[in-house]
Design a binder for this molecule. Structure first.
Ligand code: ZN
Ligand code: ZN
Length: 409
């Protein structure tokens, strides 16, 4: 039986169909819609297509046609202050519509039927595109959700991603924002209802400027590894992607924004090479390349004097394979395993009788403070072990994060 006969049977046996449900049953009416969209109001289209003005649609009880124009109007109002270049529709239908649709499908089995939801989404995509002049995309800047259950239109704004590298010029700045102590992250007046403290963190310092510029709700810093709070991050900086959540602006001059960040936090942090990015790069950056190596500068203090011979011995003996059990200071949040990492190069420079500066080029993920102290024998070899004297790290800086084999020392 063809579409026409099936639809006729349904209308005869069950009752009238609205254009949306009719379109869903035959899966083809949709092709006619674009011709109606241009320059015509929705009610005009509906007047033309609704077959019966007396009885309600047997599938949706006219819920769709009675609300679609109102919801569209509501959505367009909400979109007014938002910058976006692509759009897509989403639909939530009351469960009873889906039940009735299933029953019709089971009884008549129309060969070309597409679900009411899919039909409606395609139709609303066309309408939104025609009304806003933006193109429809699966990964759209905004998704408009037409909720026929709650009779509301919700706007979901896709995040914007910005890649860059940060330099941390001052010690005592953490990478992520801390949870607000006053409300335990629930949100209170002290934390501006965010549950987090922006001050004193790389995430917060970059994020607040970005949030202001993009008029966003929030932000998340995704970085390639992290340095300790008391370590600086120098050289070309550490790669990161900032995820800007629910932004009202999307395309800003990033050079101007990086200038704003660098002026505001002069001497504390700095960003370099901001450019637009995407979610894929977040995964890449968090995964980390197994080939990432890092160059550190450490100020080492030793219990007892050290000779030049000892420093020379240290340079040659520390190079090579390091076996490192998870440090005691992070054991509470990391699995207790033994990692094998490599030290590629060590250079030392005497500062005082028992103090020297050490530059270490090593695999990413090697804990350098423990490479110096030995962490009660959990890291071996270590500076303490090689010198036979207790040593500890007084200052630590990351000089470079390297992802290729360039020479740096
Ligand atoms: Zn209907
Ligand atoms: Zn709070």
């Amino acid at each position: 039986m063809d579409d026409f006969n099936i639809v006729s049977r349904i209308v005869r046996e069950r009752g009238p169909l609205c254009p949306y449900c009719l379109g869903s049953l035959v899966g083809t009416l949709l092709k006619e819609f674009p011709n109606y969209v241009k320059g015509l109001s929705l009610s005009f289209i509906l007047d033309r297509l609704v077959s019966s003005g007396k009885e309600a649609c047997v599938i949706c009880s006219d819920t769709i046609s009675e609300n679609v124009e109102y919801l569209l109007e509501k959505a367009l109002n909400k979109l007014e202050n938002i910058e976006y270049y692509s759009i897509k529709a989403g639909v939530i239908l009351p469960p009873d519509i889906i039940e009735k649709e299933d029953r019709i499908r089971a009884s008549y089995n129309p060969p070309n039927m597409e679900s009411v939801k899919v039909t409606l989404i395609k139709w609303l995509d066309l309408l939104l595109s025609a009304k806003t002049g933006r193109h429809v995309s699966k990964e759209a800047d905004v998704e408009v959700i037409f909720d026929f259950s709650l009779k509301d239109a919700l706007i979901k704004v896709a995040p914007v991603f910005v890649y860059g590298r940060y330099r941390k010029l001052e010690r005592g700045i953490s990478q992520s924002r801390r949870i607000c102590q006053h409300c335990n992250g629930q949100g209170c007046e002290k934390c501006n209802w965010t549950g987090k403290i922006a001050e004193g963190s790389v995430e917060g310092m970059i994020g607040e400027v970005i949030k202001e510029a993009f008029v966003s709700e929030d932000y998340v810093l995704h970085a390639a590894g992290r340095e300790d709070v008391d370590a600086r991050m120098l050289g070309m900086g550490r790669p990161f992607v900032m995820e800007i959540i629910s932004p009202k602006k999307r395309r800003l001059d990033l050079e101007e924004i990086s200038k704003r960040i660098n002026d505001r936090w002069k001497g504390k942090i700095e960003v370099i090479g901001l450019r637009y990015s995407n979610r894929k790069e977040v995964a890449k950056i968090k995964e980390g390349s197994p080939f990432v190596r890092k160059l550190y500068r450490a100020l080492v203090e030793v219990e007892g004097d050290i000779s030049d011979d000892e420093l020379e011995k240290l340079e040659s003996s520390l190079r090579g394979i390091i076996k490192q059990r998870t440090p005691q200071r992070v054991a509470w949040r990391r699995a207790d395993i033994v990692r094998t990492k490599k030290v590629y190069d060590v250079k030392t420079m005497r500062i005082g009788k028992n103090i020297f500066e050490m530059r270490v080029l090593c695999d990413g993920g090697l804990y350098v403070k423990e490479l110096i102290s030995g962490d009660d024998g959990r890291t071996t070899p270590s500076v303490s072990e090689i010198l036979g004297k207790k040593s500890f790290c007084r200052e630590l800086d990351v000089l470079e994060v390297l992802d290729n084999s360039q020479q740096v020392m």
